[in-house]
Design a protein around this ligand. Sequence first.
Ligand code: IMP
Length: 433
Amino acid sequence: MPGIVLIGTQWGDEGKGKATDLIGTKVDYVARFNGGNNAGHTVVVDGKKYALHLLPSGIINPNVIPVIGNGVVVDPEVLLQEVDSLESEGIDCSRLLLSESAHIIAPYHRITDKLTERSLGNKKIGTTGRGIGPSYADKVNRTGIRVHDLLNPDTLSEKVEGALESKNQMLEKLYGREPLDPAEITETLLKCAERLRPYVADTGLILNNALDNGKTVLFEGGQATMLDIDHGTYPFVTSSNPTAGGACTGTGVGPTRISRVIGVSKAYVTRVGEGPFPTELFDESGEWLRSHGGEFGVTTGRPRRCGWFDAVINRYAVRVNGLTDIVLTKLDVLTGLKTIPICTAYDIENPDGTHTRTENMPSDRDVFSRVSPVYEQMPGWTEDISGVSSFEELPANTQAYVKRLEELSGCRISAIGTGQDRENIISIRSLLD
Ligand code: IMP
């Protein structure tokens, strides 16, 4: 009954899509448990690129049942667009299961996301503007709309009217905007509802039954550890729990059913949006990583901020998620560098001018925003590693870099991504048994 959780250890975009797809060929169900269409997975199959936002990446594999769990916030219009676009490319989406308890993103969530960001000025979070935070806020406020509400026109119209009572006041009085028409919004949502109906299911029950019957379920996190609402760099975070615990609350499966927790770490670090990032590079090295790694957002197209591998946050991710394995991605991007710095600790300048060194993630987020990285230099390599299929065949310096990351992170590295294509991966040990 293996229940495997797959999450990002940094600020997202670690290449989870590729890792999920790799493991996904051997699993029966792939369930997304958090976030919404703020996520962006790029999956490359036979040289063809698929950019997924809301759908679990298992959708590409016809033998896998893709599930959108209750912890995801679903924009019905976006979901249908994504289904249509994949189907037009010959990918069958009829196996998709959508939790009836997932909350939806309504048009007013998208609008308020953008208005709130604008009003924050230079304190903005840098959200994706997809309505994620406002939808989760309604969920926690107990005023949200769930997928099963979509299927009942009376309940839906009552809920939309209820939601707009306060939101229209905010739009008019606070932002000087025109109020939204509840009938129009209900109409839009109802149109989507009819098309979504065949996918809607009690996904918690289905996943538990699947595990009872010896099936393998992969729980796929959107975003990543450092963007977690509880454990990330608050307030510069997303509004859900991308950490391993979120797999349980976001799908209705208990923690005792999880047998493996796999963290995906990029061989360097990127971040989109605002917020502290100790190893960020502002010089040509950052530009080099961005262009060699193709570091531009799948969801927003924004150039990603780039920096060296940060072992402090990786150690933290190992702890917070209870990682059993790491999948290291995009190692090939570092090919050609003379030396490669790794951040092993932070130097904190205290208010009295003294300095403290720490190897742990400071729990005070204000302190975290003031730390300076302490680097260790590793020798680089120039050989092309993209076709390499075993760890032993990697150049000695590449092996030493991987070994050092493993040692500093405190968790074994079980697979290494060495290029864009599905086959560009070195498997060190199985991620399934
Ligand atoms: P939100 O999730 O749109 O509310 O954005 C909150 C923060 O999370 C912003 O810094 C976003 O850039 C970041 N974020 C959200 N989704 C992703 C993702 O899939 N990858 C990387 N960053 C993300």
